[in-house]
Write a protein that binds this ligand. Structure first.
Ligand SMILES: [Zn+2]
Length: 248
């Protein structure tokens, strides 16, 4: 194969990937068809494997109902999203904490390659794929950062394998799922929700304490400088800025 042919082929592949990425993004943001989300549970250790093997759609039902009820607040005609749970995957997605724009691109490509190898290609087109990694719950342990990529509609979420953590896990999954649809974070460097876009109720008087969290701000502002974790998705809302970012 000549050099020119190789470069031409590579350019065609790149153009196809870019067209596919753009097409998928327009497709999901159009909201004319039901948003389809597949959860791929992955156990990180033997203790979590037993927990993961008994996961059912019911464990994530709350996320589906949340999207329906929040969607109906912002968008009148709105086909209900569908959430499915796939068989657990054995191989782990690539792990990397990107420190530069170039590393972020590399990571995104590696994650897309992982998705291509471990999920059905045609059935996944235009669908969000969330890889949910279950860790054994241990005291005082912090989890690696979760992420949701708009390019490729992929998310990697780290959660604890415990029934008592289910409500918290669903908050993290919903947050990263909204990232894949184009939503951006709404908190500052110290984790405090941004005013006004990170507040659930801007018309509350007094403004603090707020009763709920904006989902992309992640916490409930109880004072101007202090915020608390919500207990479940019921304590969160999709605010006006997030709604606009995801095309509602
Ligand atoms: Zn985020």
């Amino acid at each position: 194969m000549s050099r020119l042919t190789r470069i031409t082929l590579l350019l065609i592949v790149l153009a196809l990937v870019m067209a596919m990425t753009l097409g998928e993004r327009l497709w999901v943001r159009g909201w004319s068809r039901p948003l389809e989300v597949t959860i791929y549970p992955i156990a990180l250790d033997s203790a979590s494997a037993a927990f993961v093997s008994q996961l059912r759609p019911g464990n994530y039902q709350e996320i589906e109902s949340y999207l329906v009820s929040e969607g109906r607040r912002w968008k009148k005609s709105f086909p209900a999203p569908r959430l499915k749970v796939a068989q657990p995957l054995r191989e782990l997605p690539p792990h990397m904490q990107p420190r530069s724009a170039l590393e972020a691109i590399q990571y995104s490509l590696r994650l897309r390659w992982y998705g291509f190898r471990h999920t059905p290609f045609w059935a996944s087109l235009g669908q969000v794929r969330m890889f949910v990694l279950y860790h054994e719950p241990t005291f005082n342990q912090s989890l690696p950062h979760s992420l949701g990529l708009q390019k490729g509609l992929l998310g990697v979420v780290h959660v604890f394998a415990s029934d008592s953590q289910q409500a918290q896990n669903n908050i993290v999954i919903a947050h990263e799922l909204l990232h894949t649809l184009g939503a951006i974070d709404k908190y500052d460097a110290s984790g405090q929700p941004l005013n006004p876009q990170g507040y659930a109720d801007l018309h509350a008087y007094p403004l603090h304490p707020q009763q709920q969290a904006e989902i992309m701000a992640g916490r409930i502002p109880v004072t101007e400088h202090r915020a608390e974790m919500p207990h479940s998705l019921a304590d969160t809302v999709i605010g006006y800025a997030t709604a606009a970012e995801i095309g509602w």
